[in-house]
Design a protein around this ligand. Structure first.
Ligand code: C2E
Ligand code: MG
Ligand code: MG
Length: 736
């Protein structure tokens, strides 16, 4: 066997007895006297004497200094027989003081002897220096010397035992404190192994710890040390060493410690969970060791129960009870602890789960969630964390090569096995976010992934999309912006600006385009190109579009008298508005409500409107046209409308996109396009207007090409109502 030191070895080998014998075969006795005769006489008087089954072994010192040499660094002297009067009258007393105070030896027993009764020490001195006996040499007959020495040896043995047991207890207490910290069950078992080593002073080679998780289940090796290490995780019945296996099984069966053939220890826990430990000690344990182990095991059982309680509470905080997966808290903690390397977080949302839940009963919904949890857990390696984040939302967090959109798609391509029911086909939408280990907190990462998922749902229900962090950020920003837009709209903080249309031939103001404006509460102007697509995606564009139309018509009405009857307001209409079945009816009812002739109204479509069903669109435009409303194709030339579509829709006007108008003109192909569009429009008998005219030369070139109308900063920037009126008045004053 391996052992830490000789003393421990001796300590273990002693058989137990009524009084714990010190770890020695003999009692060491030191005789200190300056008279050589006394040494000889003492040895003779105590010859063949045995105390507690052990002989005496004498050492001899003729002075205090020599005695100190003997005693320094040794604590195995049981008794010192010291002469009081040696070189000086109290040299013996001084020696006792040095033994106790300087050497710190409190265990050695002291018998003082003196030839001169006049130098007897005070009672206080005897108490202070813990002196066992004080006798004059003449008093000390052989018998009395024997009695006094025997008592001194016995008390030494007792003190030594108490000391060992005190140290053992200290060890047990610190071990208990160590094991009392909340750790995982594995660490706890490993801790028991280490602490048992320390308490029993044996090498870590000899310890194994097994656990029986629940009544009726199979015990397995939870922790082990040294060459037993390879057994960790093994079922107890497979442990190759019959002695260890037998001892642990016996302990588990009898639920008691066992001290035959190695030490088997039993620790009971909550809910039937128990631990057993095996210690390979070379021989039987002493009484003291057994008692220490009892205390240790009692404490460990308490720590074990506390640990289970802690783990249970932890489970509640970090586990989803329905599907037995980690929950959102656990996911946040895992991301906070961010594993090295590139990781991906995927949020997987089951499609139509609320319908499943409402059409069928709740327990079926639960079963669906359990089936999904089971399948996801099995589909990914243990390294990937699979969690239920709430409702029908699952999270996958793991290395980038494991958590991929493809892998998730494969999981959902197969039907889900339902406990006791038909297999079920489920689809899901997932947003994936790549984490570069930049230490973003788990909560923020989950938020990003949430934005990614929202985005995925919006466009690609039933798909699994990867979003880079920047995309997720952008998606989150967009959602925030949308919320602010919604708030601004309901607070009526949106407004219109008006940009005039000019007839190029005579500079006459023939109308104005109504452009939507959003000024945020902090004074920021957000361009419509940014917020209109958002409003379109969210459905908010429908009420906003109605408001624009109504406002534009009211504005037109308010201009009566300031402009001619042929002055038209042009309103941009987005494709989502057109997609609404009620669009035409809504528009016409606003027209009636405000009371503006349809001839004064134009709507501007973009070419994207024409992607849908052209027949339906043509019918709607015809219905508008029947009320006099005209239709212009906006940004013409940038899209993909074919000539046939233009004809089918019987458009009134083409708006040449500003990208063909603004910027350098000479020898530029882009202006060539403008010219072609104008020629084409003439051929189709469609009117033309050019947007984005910034310079007189652009204007001249367009006019020369036959373009009828123009709009742009050259004439005026978009203006609010008051500025527009001022602008009109200014022109009138100038006689234009
Ligand atoms: P759009 O209908 O093509 O509007 C013309 C855009 O060109 C406006 O930008 C206008 O300010 C800008 N513009 C006018 N003259 C010049 C110029 O000389 N040079 C340059 N560089 N730009 C000029 P804005 O106001 O930012 O509007 C952008 C787009 O937002 C509009 O393009 C339109 O598609 C959309 N939009 C604006 N208001 C509404 C609305 O009420 N409903 C819908 N559905 N879309 C709108
Ligand atoms: Mg427009
Ligand atoms: Mg335009």
């Amino acid at each position: 066997m391996a052992h830490s030191d000789d003393e421990a070895f001796a300590f273990m080998e002693e058989p137990g007895g009524p009084v714990e014998p010190p770890p020695m075969q003999v009692w060491q006795v030191l005789v200190v006297d300056d008279e050589p005769d006394v040494h000889a006489a003492t040895r003779l008087a105590l010859k063949d004497v045995e105390v507690e089954g052990r002989a005496l072994e004498f050492s001899h010192a003729s002075s205090a200094a020599q005695a100190i040499e003997f005693l320094a660094g040794r604590d195995d002297f049981a008794v010192a027989l010291i002469d009081v009067v040696m070189g000086s009258n109290d040299e013996g007393l001084q020696l006792v003081r040095r033994i106790r105070e300087d050497l710190g030896n409190s265990m050695i027993r002291v018998i003082l002897r003196t030839g001169q009764p006049g130098y007897a020490p005070e009672i206080d001195t005897i108490r202070l220096y813990d002196i066992n006996d004080y006798k004059t040499k003449s008093e000390l007959t052989q018998v009395r010397l024997f009695t006094s020495l025997t008592m001194a040896v016995r008390s030494y043995a007792q003190i030594r035992q108490l000391e060992s047991s005190r140290r053992g207890l200290e060890q047990v207490l610190s071990a208990t404190a160590e094991l009392g910290r909340p750790v995982g069950m594995k660490k706890f078992a490993a801790g028991i192994v280490t602490q048992l080593c320390a308490v029993l002073k044996v090498s870590a080679e000899c310890l194994v710890c097994a656990v029986l998780p629940e009544p009726g289940s199979h015990p397995y090796i939870l922790a082990a040390a040294g060459h037993y290490d390879a057994w960790v995780g093994m079922a107890l019945r497979d442990v190759p060493d019959g002695r260890v296996r037998g001892c642990l099984q016996h302990v588990l069966d009898t639920r008691q410690h066992c001290f035959d053939g190695g030490v088997g220890l039993f620790f009971s826990g909550r809910g039937g969970q128990v631990l057993a430990a095996f210690v390979d000690v070379p021989g039987p344990l002493s009484e003291l060791e057994r008692r220490l182990l009892e205390v240790f095991c009692g404490n460990i059982s308490i720590a074990f129960e506390n640990l289970q309680l802690y783990l249970d509470i932890n489970d509640l905080a970090y586990q989803d009870v329905l599907v037995h997966l980690p929950n959102r808290n656990a996911m946040v903690a895992a991301i906070d602890a961010q594993a090295a390397g590139v990781n991906v977080l995927a949020l997987v949302d089951l499609d139509n789960f609320s319908e499943i839940n409402s059409i069928l009963d709740d327990s079926y919904g639960d079963a669906v969630l359990q089936a999904a949890a089971r399948k996801l857990r099995l589909a990914f390696p243990a390294e990937t964390m699979v969690a239920r984040l709430g409702g029908d939302l699952f999270g996958l967090y793991g290395p980038a090569d494991q958590v991929t959109a493809d892998h998730i798609a494969r999981v959902f391509a197969e039907p889900f096995e339902m406990a006791g029911g038909e297999p079920l086909r489920l689809s899901a939408t997932a947003g994936l976010v790549r984490l570069q280990g930049d230490g973003q907190p788990g909560v923020a990462v989950l938020k990003n992934a949430g934005a990614a998922l929202k985005q995925a749902k919006r466009f690609q229900r039933g798909k699994f999309m990867m979003f880079e962090a920047a995309q997720a950020d952008a998606a989150r920003d967009r959602i925030q912006m949308l919320n602010r837009l919604r708030a601004s709209f309901s607070a009526e903080h949106l407004f219109l600006q008006y940009q005039p249309f000019i007839r190029l031939r005579d500079e006459r103001v023939v109308g104005a385009e109504c452009l939507l404006r959003w000024e945020t509460p902090d004074g920021q102007f957000i361009p419509p190109d940014r917020f209109i697509p958002l409003a379109e995606q969210s459905g908010l564009m429908i009420p906003i579009g109605e408001w624009v139309f109504r406002t534009a018509l009211k504005w037109r009405k308010s201009l009566a008298g300031l402009v001619g009857d042929d002055f038209r307001v042009a309103v941009n209409v987005s494709h989502v508005q057109f997609a609404e079945p009620n669009f035409v009816r809504g528009l016409l009812s606003i027209l009636n409500e405000i009371g503006v002739p349809g001839e004064q109204v134009e709507i501007e479509l973009t070419e994207s409107v024409a992607i849908g069903n052209v027949d339906v669109l043509a019918a709607r435009l015809d219905a508008l046209r029947a009320r006099g409303i005209r239709v212009a194709m906006d940004d013409f030339g940038t899209g993909y409308s074919s000539l046939s579509v233009i004809q089918r829709l019987s458009l009134d006007r083409l708006k040449i996109d500003r990208s063909f108008v603004s910027g350098p003109q000479d020898g530029d192909d882009r202006f060539g396009i403008a010219r072609t569009v104008i020629a084409l429009a003439r051929h189709l008998r469609v009117h033309t207007i050019a947007e984005g005219i910034e310079t007189p030369s652009q204007r001249e070139a367009l006019q020369a090409s036959g373009c009828e109308e123009g709009q742009g900063y050259l004439f005026s920037r978009p203006l609010d109502d008051a500025a527009f009126r001022q602008w009109l008045a200014g022109r009138q004053a100038a006689g234009i």
